[in-house]
Design a protein around this ligand. Structure first.
Ligand code: MRU
Length: 345
């Protein structure tokens, strides 16, 4: 990727504005933690690992903003900022995971000076960002062992460099397969309503010269039935302890098709996306977004005023439909209630 999803310059978080892709490559500047909350909620930045890293830098922005306050007030403001960042989107658990990592640093430094706490937080956010890229590359290597030569791969939403700090999860496996000379072809679902597939995945695939075809989400069934898809690779926003997986709306439908036509269905996600605190997918909060995402396309109205709208951003794929979960620690197979525990940190 020629562009960076997130760039920290020591004082400001520069975020590639994904609302404007593919037409314009512009950076949104988050100078306060409230800017970071806005950027996550409005999807300037999106994708579970990317919003986790953005939230970690959001905590740094709060630390820098409040560094002049007496220590108890500084810590109270930091706590409030962490809560606001963790709540900026409800489904991806990486947000909470990243904020908790930052909180751990604060607790470990409680007797330190404010300046030292700020330095430790900056260090930790940098580590979260660096580790994300390493994690993605490890997942890509594991995932690539499952991709046959000449494979036709279907993917949904955007799970690439744009959804992470770099390289990507499911799209990271696709990158690895492409660069290892496997001669793959990708079908990218457009991913209504926000069009992450058309705007972002297609952008990444074209940028890198990976052979790909864009389809409307509803064309997937025909392709799968006609034997034109060898495997499906998707990311995840939260994986419950039994393997049930929340991901972009439409993923569940794909998993049912995969089960019906016996196409391998792989979830690619870091261990930080596993939420061991919930036993199954029924406990995952599914974000519902604004009706305008359906009634308008790029501010042009496409549905009549007065129509009711249901707009869940995610759905839950039952663990039975998942062939394997690819993590940085290896490829996990059912029963997930057991295999997930083996990679728990
Ligand atoms: O609403 P989004 O665009 O943040 O949703 C993103 C997804 O559903 C991705 O598939 C998921 O976060 C995994 S990304 C590496």
């Amino acid at each position: 990727m020629r562009y960076e999803t997130l760039r920290w310059d020591g004082r400001t978080l520069h975020i590639l504005d994904q609302r404007k892709l593919p037409d314009a490559v512009e950076y949104f500047q988050a100078r306060t933690y409230k800017d970071a909350v806005f950027a996550i909620a409005d999807m300037v930045v999106r994708g579970a690992p990317a919003i986790g890293a953005a939230a970690a830098y959001g905590v740094c922005l709060a630390a820098l903003e409040y560094a002049g306050l007496p220590k108890t007030e500084f810590l109270a403001r930091l706590r409030a900022a962490g809560e606001a960042l963790a709540a900026s989107r409800p489904t991806a658990v990486n947000l909470r995971w990243a904020v908790q990592r930052m909180e751990k640093v604060i607790h470990g430094q409680e007797s330190a000076e404010v300046g030292d706490i700020v330095s430790a937080l900056l260090e930790e956010a940098g580590a979260i960002a660096r580790e994300d890229v390493e994690t993605n590359k490890a997942m890509a290597r594991h995932g690539n062992t499952l991709v046959p030569q000449g494979a036709s791969i279907l993917t949904h939403c955007n799970t690439g460099a744009l959804a992470t700090v770099g390289w990507g999860t499911a799209l990271g496996v696709i990158r690895e397969a492409h660069y290892s000379g496997k001669n793959i072809h990708v079908y990218a679902n457009e991913t209504r309503p926000r069009l992450q597939g058309a705007n972002l995945t297609a952008f990444e695939l074209v940028e890198e010269g990976i052979p790909a075809t864009l389809i409307v989400d509803s064309a997937a069934a025909t392709l799968i039935r006609d034997g034109k898809v060898d495997l499906i690779l998707v990311g995840a926003d939260r994986i419950a302890a039994n393997g049930d997986t929340a991901n972009k709306i439409g993923t569940y439908m794909l998993s049912e098709l995969a089960a019906r036509f016996r196409v391998p269905f792989y979830v690619v996600a870091p261990v930080s996306t596993i939420d061991f605190s919930i036993p199954d997918g029924r406990h995952i909060v599914i974000e519902e977004r604004a009706p305008e995402e359906l009634t308008h396309i790029r501010r042009v109205r496409v549905a009549p005023p007065g129509i009711a709208v249901y707009n869940p951003a995610f759905d839950v794929t039952p663990h039975e439909n998942i062939t394997a979960i690819i993590t940085e620690k290896g490829v996990l197979r059912p029963p997930y209630a057991e295999s997930l525990l083996q990679v728990r940190d």
